[in-house]
Design a binder for this molecule. Structure first.
Ligand SMILES: [Ca+2]
Ligand SMILES: [Ca+2]
Ligand SMILES: [Ca+2]
Ligand SMILES: [Ca+2]
Length: 326
């Protein structure tokens, strides 16, 4: 067989294998229209909130502090629905994705407080306890029922989760909460109190959408109750400035936008937001050098102490002002 033919037949075999494996793994469900699915999801979420009541175990300092359960209001029941209760006002966050404005309902059971209490930004890491349910509607003997089915509970989280690596709904809602008080016990364990605690109702488009995940069917809206124990600050671009301090409009959120949308968190307007930009002001001097105390040494200023250009500049810190650099 000449070389060309050999290569050609090898290619043919590869193509056949590739197409086989593609059809073998095509158990993914068809992609539904985002707007139609969102309309279904938000209707189910609202129905769930209107037909279920919530109980919060508010037992400060105990392990079960701020545990939440959801129960269907029985026929003739007098329990007040999640939708109508007034202990925890229903809040909403609007999120643009897939050319849709999604609405996330959330409840703040407790914001979180303490001397070192802090909020994550949407690209930080969180240590969070949580319980998740997916909403499932089924019809049996002509009776349609909407249920919340628990798929996971993590009471004692051991690892931080990056908000850039979890479902979008988490990244949108955790910045609305704060950590509380962290106490190290003599036996080496850690106790948390006064932490932020809440509930969020997430349309599937901001969760797993068409992929099934563990026991969660595709196209499931998710309901999480959660507790924010601790956060880790991230520095995505490794420029020496933690990402939350590269949030120029200081709203707790940073996004990568399409090129035709002005990003409020992109100092030099090059399309790369500051938290991912190693040269924030585009003056060809890397931020991590511009924040050095002495250009010959690696020590850097703390963020608050990073100098401005003085009377020559625009009042911005020098890593954000192209008219000066270290
Ligand atoms: Ca921002
Ligand atoms: Ca930039
Ligand atoms: Ca940067
Ligand atoms: Ca620079």
């Amino acid at each position: 067989m000449n070389k060309f033919l050999k290569t050609f037949s090898m290619l043919a075999i590869i193509v056949i294998i590739a197409s086989c494996s593609k059809s073998d793994s095509s158990n993914e469900v068809p992609l539904r229209d985002y707007a139609e699915q969102y309309a279904t999801d938000i209707a189910n979420i609202e129905e769930f909130m209107q037909t279920h009541y919530m109980e919060v175990v508010n037992n400060p300092g105990a392990d079960d502090d701020m545990d939440v359960t959801f129960t269907k209001i029985p026929d003739g029941g007098t329990q007040v629905s999640i939708w109508n209760q007034t202990d925890y006002p229903i809040q909403t966050r609007l999120v643009e994705q897939n050319d849709i404005t999604y609405k996330i309902y959330y409840l703040q059971l407790r914001e979180g407080s303490g001397p070192e209490s802090k909020s994550p930004c949407n690209v930080d890491q969180v240590l969070a306890g949580y319980r998740g349910e997916y909403l499932y509607k089924s019809t049996v003997d002509g009776v349609t029922e909407l249920k919340g089915i628990q798929f996971e509970e993590n009471k004692n989280p051991q690892s931080f989760l990056s908000l850039t690596g979890v479902i979008r709904g988490w990244a949108e809602i955790f910045p609305k909460f704060k950590t509380g008080v962290y106490t190290e016990n003599p036996d080496g364990t850690v106790s948390y109190s006064d932490f932020g605690a809440g509930v969020m109702f997430i349309p599937s488009g901001l969760a797993y959408y068409r992929s099934s995940q563990g026991t969660i069917p595709s196209y499931s809206p998710l309901v999480f109750s959660f507790k924010l124990y601790e956060i880790n600050r991230a520095d995505q671009d490794g420029d020496g400035i933690p990402s939350y301090l590269e949030d120029i409009n200081n709203d707790g959120y940073m996004y990568v936008f399409d090129a035709d949308v002005t990003n409020p968190d992109d100092t030099d307007g090059d399309g790369v937001p500051d938290f991912l930009d190693t040269d924030d002001d585009g003056d060809q001097f890397l931020t991590r050098y511009e924040i050095r105390i002495n250009v010959e040494e690696t020590a850097i200023y703390s963020f608050d102490d990073i100098p401005t250009c003085g009377s020559n500049g625009n009042g911005k810190k020098r890593h954000l002002d192209p008219s000066c650099h270290n």
